[in-house]
Unconditional design. Structure first.
Length: 613
């Protein structure tokens, strides 16, 4: 993983701008920097390096290939060995052992079509000196960031927004995104995935490529991948387990490829335990058998004991990272400097410390479980979608799914309103969107003028269909997963740590969207397919643990601390001074809430205030 930046213009550029942008990303690549300028100084590229594959200078960037293509690249191509072998058979030659060279050689061979074969987490830009165009692309799920700004005669890009600011792009907060964050918790726009919290900054959407021709001032963006929900009703449970195990094994095996030490997160939950179990089975010369857990001593949702049981069972060296309330204010300030955009809860702070500890313990690559809940049905909210689907097909009563869920402690309501919504989903969706829009405009603590000016700009959206797979699809590709990936990327790269996510192998995800919903929620159990797959590898208490804790810190307790409360109040004052919050908000006592509470306003006010600092 690295930091990349660049400016492409029709006029000669001053090199200090791209150097400033690149150095603003020092934390993403703390080892060394590199720069490129074309003969007429209209193209400047910068790179900060964190070596993962091929630690020699031969892999340094910007990387020139075939005396024509210059690449700056952030990420990893996990199947680079297989792709390199194919290219060598076609006559391509390589001067390094890096995946960087495989990326640029693939582009030289196939153009934009090369992306269909990539299994990785990446964002890169390639300057084609012959055609005089910039080609950039981002991985399928948006694990790695790519921000850009088009200004008059130039295009500026960087891995983080702070790189654009350092290059001279003005910082101006996007009021529409601010409104949606404060009213409906949205940190992105599902209708326009290019929008950010800053008016002058856009992001390249996930699974998209960009082509910029500076002479014509033409910018083209196209999607290169989006799977379909194509349910295979003939597949058996045994067949689904076999396919899932094979694809998950392949995903982890490729993500263990590294020339530096590899460890794992270990939350105590099913997802991270499954990753550790497969890592143990597959091994690898650089797998350290080190696991890292966020601990919250005395907190009812602390998972240290559960993580410890997994660590003992799989003989993993277990490190527990505690966070004290006295750390919260300075930690929040540090985290928000890296995040740049708001966070909805304190869980990002605990994650930041886990990643920091992993790096301090000699680990440079960490496998983590993000994406499992979205593609396998891990959140409790998905039960209602599944029950609605069963009810619409007159199968709910016979399935006994609601009763089974009740025995596992899942007590979500499913009454007359839910049944009507299941039968008339489009009408229910329209009514829900109307209610959300009205509630947002009448938000009690917003400044009335600010709320009125944005009342028609609510981004609230829902899945296209009332089904479990549609809900999973929506959270994976439209809204939900992106925020988690952004937080993980910034928190890990703050420490020069690479995060790899085995559940987000695209072939695995494509397969999951062909499996019937009862392989995801079955007999009241969420993520049933994953549980059955790892059943032979993990303790039964881990595989069949009831409920879902999630990665949840004691936010409510932290918010009761005087220093934290004072910092939140200061943040509210900043928003009031900007005409966003009303006087009533300042006069209302801070309400401590759990991290995933439905109304977590005061924490959000604090997080949003950092946009103006």
């Amino acid at each position: 993983m690295c930091g990349i930046a660049g400016i492409v213009s029709t006029a000669p550029l001053e090199p200090h701008r791209v150097r400033a942008a690149t150095e603003a990303l020092f934390h993403r690549g703390p080892e060394r920097s590199g720069y490129f300028s074309n003969d007429v100084s209209t193209v400047n590229l910068g790179h900060r390096k964190l070596s993962i594959i091929d630690l020699t200078p031969a892999a340094d960037q910007p990387f020139l290939y075939a005396d024509r293509y210059t690449i700056v690249y952030n990420g990893e191509l996990y199947n680079y060995i297989e792709l390199r072998n194919i290219l060598e058979q076609k006559g391509f030659r390589f001067s390094s052992a890096s995946d960087t060279e495989v990326v640029v050689a693939s582009y030289a061979a196939y153009g934009a079509a090369c992306l269909k074969d990539f299994d990785g987490a990446f964002a890169f830009a390639i300057w084609d000196n012959k055609e005089e165009v910039l080609f950039a692309a981002r991985d399928r799920f948006g694990e790695k960031p790519f921000f850009y700004a088009q200004h008059e005669i130039e295009l500026i890009f960087a891995s983080e927004v702070k790189g654009l600011w350092a290059a001279g792009v003005p910082k101006e907060v996007n009021d529409r995104m601010m409104y949606n964050f404060l009213t409906i918790d949205y940190t992105s726009n599902p209708y326009n995935p290019e929008e950010t919290f800053f008016k002058t900054v856009q992001k390249l959407p996930a699974a998209s490529w960009l082509l910029y021709a500076p002479r014509k001032q033409e910018l083209t963006i196209e999607k290169y991948w989006l799977p379909y929900i194509d349910t295979d009703r003939q597949i058996t449970a045994g067949g689904a387990i076999e396919i899932f195990e094979a694809l998950f094994t392949d995903s982890i095996q490729k993500r263990l490829r590294s020339d530096v030490p590899v460890g794992t997160s270990l939350s105590g939950g099913l997802d991270s335990a499954a990753i550790v179990a497969f890592c143990n089975k597959l091994g690898g010369s650089n797998y350290t058998h080190k696991g890292f857990t966020a601990g919250f001593a005395g907190f009812v949702k602390d998972e240290t004991a559960a993580a410890g049981r997994v660590a003992k069972s799989l003989q993993v060296t277990h490190t527990v990272i505690q966070t004290g309330v006295e750390e919260i204010v300075p930690l929040m300030e540090k985290v928000m400097q890296h995040q740049e955009e708001p966070i909805t809860s304190a869980s990002a702070l605990a994650q930041f410390k886990v990643y920091e500890a992993a790096r301090q313990n000699g680990v440079t690559v960490l496998l983590d479980g993000q994406g499992a809940d979205e593609v396998l049905g891990g959140y409790h909210k998905y039960y209602s979608w599944y029950w609605s689907e069963l009810y619409r097909h007159r199968k709910l009563a016979a399935s006994h799914e609601i009763e089974a869920a009740r025995t596992l402690g899942i007590t979500l309501p499913f009454g007359t309103k839910n049944k009507v919504a299941a039968l008339f989903p489009q009408l229910a969706f329209a009514l829900q969107q109307s209610r959300k829009k009205k509630a947002a405009a009448q938000s009690f603590f917003l400044d009335p003028d600010f709320a009125f000016s944005k009342k028609d700009q609510c981004y609230y959206s829902l899945p296209a269909q009332a089904s479990l797979n549609a809900a999973l699809y929506f959270n994976t590709f439209n809204y939900g997963l992106e925020e988690l990936l952004r937080i993980a990327d910034r928190n890990s790269m703050a420490h020069g740590l690479e995060i790899r996510l085995p559940f987000l192998n695209h072939k695995l995800v494509e397969a999951l969207f062909t499996f019937p919903p009862h392989f995801k929620i079955h007999g009241g159990w969420s993520k049933w397919l994953l549980r059955k797959t790892v059943e032979p590898l993990l303790p039964a208490a881990t595989v069949w643990q009831k409920g879902k804790t999630g990665f949840e810190p004691p936010q409510q307790l932290w918010m009761q601390d005087k220093q934290v409360a004072a910092a939140i109040q200061s943040g509210k004052q900043i928003l009031a001074d900007k005409g966003i919050l009303s006087k009533r908000a300042l006069e209302t006592k801070i309400q401590p809430h759990e991290a995933y509470a439905a109304h977590n306003q005061d924490w959000k006010y604090w997080a949003a205030s950092f946009l103006y600092r």
